[in-house]
Ligand binder design. Structure first.
Ligand code: ATP
Ligand code: MG
Length: 357
């Protein structure tokens, strides 16, 4: 029997509630299907680890993850530690260390969930946002001089490389090609940013020639926010830079009903290193420890993890179970207007896995 090695990194806040819930679903899946099993190893990195050791994860932490088939991540963020430390010290360290250059965020309105777009039919909103995850605005290049003086200055350089843009464009075109509508929108801001974004546009055009069956267009990032609300059905696959996609995908998650249901994958498409899957929400300390966290974003991340492992049948099974559970308002957590707890939803999804087959 095949065994997949999975690293779990719950991190901070509600990450400690939703990641064990995700593990429970994977365990229930393995118990029921008898074709593969999982070997979990848990890593207690994050804010508490930082308070003890002065770092979010050990220096050689990546080595402990290297032989895993995938990583299930919760959230890194702690109200008592500056955000740039929690972010760069753990999540980005893993993303960059394992060159997970494609961040993939599917968005759909799940059955039973009411999005804020009242005019929008459920099937009108079915997007996958591909976020460049290794460079651009978050390349870390920049500096600060003359601190505290009137002439103080600081820069964050948005650095894009030809290799980096080409590989994310190729990934996005390929993904668009694999979806029924074969539709890609390239988000840009080349009207105002005259260097890197112009190269971004040029490379999009160049890569598009390899995918003659994909219909694609270009949209300015500002205009795209209005389009997401006014003409959601005109979008399908979307590719954007690190910063642009960061913002657009939070908007997308909100339009789908809640931050709590949206998943993401940090993917190394070449399978050289483990890829990492996580809900898009943060640590949400305001609801921590109360059983209020919606685990659906983590379960959907589990679906992506299974797909990445090539277990598409199992992935579909988990997705069906999620949709059966969201369709029932009695199983909605508070963020969706219900009273169900994290444990209620987890139990229900596990119970649905093999219910209808
Ligand atoms: P971080 O600083 O790590 O980003 P955060 O406290 O800003 O964490 P977010 O994840 O950005 O939290 O979420 C904002 C708010 O949305 C939370 O404070 C919480 O009330 C709500 N929320 C987020 N995720 C969930 C979830 N899974 N279930 C229920 N509510 C959620
Ligand atoms: Mg936040």
């Amino acid at each position: 029997m095949k065994t997949y090695k999975i690293a779990t990194i719950p991190g901070d806040g509600i990450g400690k509630e939703v990641v064990p819930a995700g593990q429970q679903v994977l365990e229930a899946l393995a118990a029921g299907n008898g074709q593969f099993k999982f070997e979990f190893e848990n890593f207690d990195w994050g804010g508490d680890y930082f308070r003890q050791h002065g770092v979010m994860m050990p220096e050689d932490g990546l080595d402990a993850l290297r032989d895993k088939d995938a990583i299930l991540f919760g959230s890194a963020g702690d109200p008592h530690i500056p955000d740039h430390i929690t972010l760069w010290g753990l999540r980005l360290k893993i993303c960059q260390g394992f060159d997970q250059y494609a961040n993939v965020r599917p968005t759909r309105i799940l059955p039973g969930i009411d999005g804020p777009l009242k005019r929008c039919k459920t099937e009108d909103l079915d997007w996958v946002i591909v976020r460049e995850n290794s460079e651009g605005e978050y390349s870390g290049v920049g500096g600060r001089v003359h601190q505290g003086h009137p002439i103080e200055a600081a820069t964050d350089v948005s650095m894009m490389t030809r290799v980096g843009v080409e590989r994310i464009m190729r990934f996005a075109f390929k993904l668009a090609q694999s979806r029924p509508r074969k539709l890609l929108t390239v988000i840009t801001k080349s009207n105002a940013q005259r260097h890197a974004m112009v190269m971004w546009d040029e490379i999009a055009l160049q890569v598009s020639r390899e995918f003659s069956d994909v219909t694609w267009d270009k949209e300015l990032v500002d205009a795209s926010t209005a389009r997401m609300i006014n003409r959601p059905a005109s979008l399908d696959t979307i590719v954007a830079t690190n910063l642009h996609a960061d913002i657009l995908s939070d908007l997308a998650a909100a339009l789908a009903g809640s931050l709590g249901i949206a998943p993401t994958g940090n993917i190394d498409p070449e399978h050289r290193y483990p890829s990492m899957f996580e809900p898009i929400h943060g640590s949400a300390f305001d609801i921590m420890g109360k059983g209020l966290a919606n685990p659906v974003g983590t379960f959907w991340s589990v679906v992506m993890l299974l797909d990445h492992l090539g277990e598409t049948e199992a992935a579909r099974r988990v997705m069906r179970a999620i949709e059966q559970v969201t369709a029932n308002p009695a199983l909605h957590t508070r963020d969706l207007g219900g009273n169900a707890t994290t444990a209620d939803v987890t139990q229900a999804v596990c119970g649905q896995l093999f219910a209808s087959s």
